[in-house]
Structures are given as C-alpha cells and as structure tokens.
Ligand binder design. Sequence first.
Ligand SMILES: Nc1nc2c(ncn2[C@@H]2O[C@H](COP(=O)(O)OP(=O)(O)OP(=O)(O)O)[C@@H](O)[C@H]2O)c(=O)[nH]1
Ligand SMILES: [Mg+2]
Ligand SMILES: [Zn+2]
Length: 225
Amino acid sequence: MKIPVIRKVLESNERSAKDLETLFRDKGLLALNLMSSPGAGKTALLERTLSDLQAEFRMAVVEGDLQTSNDAGRIADTGAAVVQINTQGACHLSAGMVGAAVKQLPLDSLDIVFIENVGNLVCPAEFQLGEDKRVTMLSLPEGDDKPEKYPPMFAQSQVMILNKLDLLPHLDFDLERARKGARLVNKDLKIFTVSARTGEGMEPWYAWLKQAVLDKKMQKNNAEP
Ligand SMILES: Nc1nc2c(ncn2[C@@H]2O[C@H](COP(=O)(O)OP(=O)(O)OP(=O)(O)O)[C@@H](O)[C@H]2O)c(=O)[nH]1
Ligand SMILES: [Mg+2]
Ligand SMILES: [Zn+2]
C-alpha cells in the first residue's frame, strides 16, 4: 500500500510545482532551490549574498526548517524580506508549503527568491518547488566523496557550491576529488568554491546569479505578446 501513497504525494506536489513555475514565470522572477545537508552553510551564503548584492537586486528568502525561526531572523537582519516555514517534522519542503509562503512576499517587486530547503542531502531532491535552478551546497567538513555517495541531489542540480574553503588547511578534503566525483554524477554541473565566512570565491557565484536573472527576464519578455 505504501507505494501508491507516495506516488500520489509526488503527483500532487508536481501539480502545485507547475502552478508555482507559472507564477514565477509571469513575474519574471528567478527562483532558486538551495539544498544541502544540515549545517553546510546555506543561510551563511544567503546572508553574505543578500548583503553584497542588495544594491543590485531585490531579493527575498523562503526559509524551510523543522522548527524555529532562527534562520529567518538571520535573513531579516540583512534587511531582506523573509518567510519562515516550519515543517513540523517533515524533512523537505513541498510546493504547497512554498506556494503558501510566497503569498506573503511582494512578488511584483522582486528579482530573486531564494528557497532554503530543509537541511537534508536526500529527499528534497524528489520535490519540485517550481524553481528555475537547483543549487546544492557541500561543505568541506562533510567529505569529498559525498557527490558520489548521494548522487540524486547533485545529478538534479545546475550548481554545486563547495563551502567552508577557509577550513581546507585543517581537513583532508581533496577539492579535485570532490569536483571529479560531482562531474561523474552530473557532467554539466557548474561548481563554485567559496567561503561564506571570509567571502573568498563569491564573485563567480554573483556573476552566475546576474546572468540567471537576465535570462529569466528575457524569457518573460519573449513570452509577452
Ligand atoms: N568556517 C566556516 N564556517 C561556516 C561557513 N559557512 C557557514 N559556517 C558555519 O557553519 C554553521 C552552519 O551554518 P548555517 O549557515 O547555519 O548552515 P545551514 O546550511 O543554513 O544549516 P541548516 O539550515 O540548519 O541546514 C554555522 O556555525 C556557520 O557559522 C564557512 O564558510 N566557513
Ligand atoms: Mg539554514
Ligand atoms: Zn523528506
């Protein structure tokens, strides 16, 4: 009996995700689904990105966590609009949850909405959220073999961010091994190596974001009669 139930959940999620995709397209709004295991540094990356690019883009964040509004509090301190979702135990965000959350954001006056998924390297990959791109973060203390051991999330992402580069001297993490492993799983993966703490390596990530915003706005303009 379990399999039909799971399928039904995924099918219903896909319908809600399609609605979200349409909404984001109509608004010309870039939506990014940011995923990683707990503590890789998703919120830290967002804090720095929101501060550094605040003059350039209008950005907001949807935060997903089992409990607390800690991450939303950190984002609010940067001045960006934020909505916190508490999943009450669920280990991923669903499109329905994100749909309800984005209703509380000023979607007409935004360029980018970042969706920070629940920290979990496995099942968030199964749930579309209407996003344009998926960004999966791996932090150095987790080990360089993770893309090969947990392939679905890396296989379904457009971007991998290797974070906590400042810790490299203290670890046996092999950057080349991680990049090679990730490309075995997904040969088209774009890889950025950063420290959200020191800011090292952030510029190429910002350049990618700028291009993605432009592409999204072009799509909207081309679709308009
Ligand atoms: N040394 C170092 N620490 C970092 C870096 N980025 C984040 N951290 C630290 O790692 C811990 C977790 O960072 P968060 O930003 O909360 O990670 P997260 O992925 O948002 O965590 P969850 O939302 O709980 O999944 C915090 O103590 C951060 O200060 C980094 O680049 N270098
Ligand atoms: Mg976080
Ligand atoms: Zn889950």
